[in-house]
Design a protein around this ligand. Structure first.
Ligand code: PEP
Ligand code: MN
Length: 338
């Protein structure tokens, strides 16, 4: 249920409604909008008749049910788009945000070199996995904490923010200590135990769409984090599995406008995993911007042929810098800056 307060409701009346929601055994999630405050009451659906009675409380305008199963990520709860702020950076605002870097952190030299190119391009966020979800246990698994240290050093040297994957809740404190944004990979989108652990982290969380998951399931995964009071969630389209084998995944461009309609959360597009082929990354990156993505995540490696993971889809520094140039008209056409 969403409790819509009247435009002139004083804080005392808002607090009284919040207290009543708690008394009834629900969790209140207030949003202070530009015009009025709305409060979502989240919990067991069975008590919805009791919640309906909040309509008679002072300064309550109306009580409306949230019909969609994704209560807090949906537009019924929040019609305005969410902007995630990290320091001075805004994701979901007027500027397209660019995240780029290698699939994995492989060495100190490799990530520092990649960071220089990312910085030079004007991108704001450096990516790189220190804990890698590999299909084979015999493939490179990442450098672990050593990789996180190199990422932090790259941040210190360039001023870029960093995003890196949390693979196992066992490493939460460690990853949290180093990173600016916690990435949850496609394979863990439905790891509900892991998602629940992120309710209390202060760091923003980017959840990648599972390769076999529908958009509404992605929103429900976000709900695990949001319902614990961590509202800093980004969603990421990274391609899904279909019958098509010409590309590694089928980059679901539809998901961008669809998610923007269903949800207020910022949407990140990852055409690198979406296509699996460096040749197709630039056109799909442009398409994602044109479709309204709030941010792009692009894999770029100082030497793609030598990459320990995802070399085939990684851009070289030159092709990456060229892509960023070529993106500019698409960014402008979509009404954004860079
Ligand atoms: C990655 O970003 O390198 C990665 C492993 O992505 P995904 O979880 O989308 O496969
Ligand atoms: Mn990768």
């Amino acid at each position: 249920m969403v409790i819509v307060m009247s435009a002139e409701a004083e804080q005392g009346y808002i607090d009284a409604v919040i207290a009543r929601i708690e008394e009834l055994g629900y969790t209140p999630h207030p949003i202070q909008g530009t015009e009025r405050t709305v409060i979502a009451a989240i919990g067991d659906e069975r008590g919805k008749y009791e919640l309906q009675q909040l309509e008679s409380m002072h300064a309550v305008d109306k009580v409306v049910p949230i019909l969609e199963p994704y209560k807090l990520s949906g537009r019924e709860y929040r019609s305005e788009r969410s902007v995630i702020r990290i320091g001075n950076l805004e994701i979901g605002g007027d500027r397209l945000i660019l995240m780029a870097g290698p699939c994995s952190v492989e060495s100190r030299e490799q990530i520092l070199e990649a960071a220089e190119t990312v910085k030079e391009s004007g991108a704001q966020i450096l990516r790189g996995g220190a804990f890698k979800p590999r299909t084979s246990p015999y493939s490179f698994q990442g450098l672990g904490e050593e990789g996180l240290e190199y990422l932090a050093e790259a941040r210190d040297k360039t001023g870029l923010l960093i995003i890196t994957e949390l693979l196992d809740s066992y490493d939460l404190q460690l990853v949290e200590k180093y990173t600016d944004i916690i990435q949850i990979g496609a394979r863990n989108m439905q790891n509900y135990g892991l998602l629940s652990r992120l309710r209390k982290t202060k760091k923003p969380v980017m959840i990648k769409r599972g390769m076999m998951s529908k958009v509404d399931e992605l929103l429900l995964s976000a709900e695990y984090v949001l319902s614990g009071g961590n509202y800093n969630v980004l969603l990421c389209e990274r391609g899904i599995r279909t019958f098509e084998t010409a590309t590694r995944n089928t980059f679901d461009l539809n998901a961008i406008p669809v998610i923007k309609k269903m949800s207020h959360l910022p949407i990140v597009a990852d055409p690198s995993h979406g296509t699996g082929d460096s040749e197709f990354v630039p056109p799909m990156a442009k398409a994602a911007v044109a479709a309204g993505a709030d941010a792009l995540m692009i894999e770029m490696h100082p030497n793609p042929d030598k990459a320990l993971s995802d070399g085939a889809q990684s851009l070289s520094p030159d092709t990456f810098l060229q892509l960023v140039d070529e993106l500019q008209p698409f960014i402008e056409a979509s009404g954004r800056g860079f």
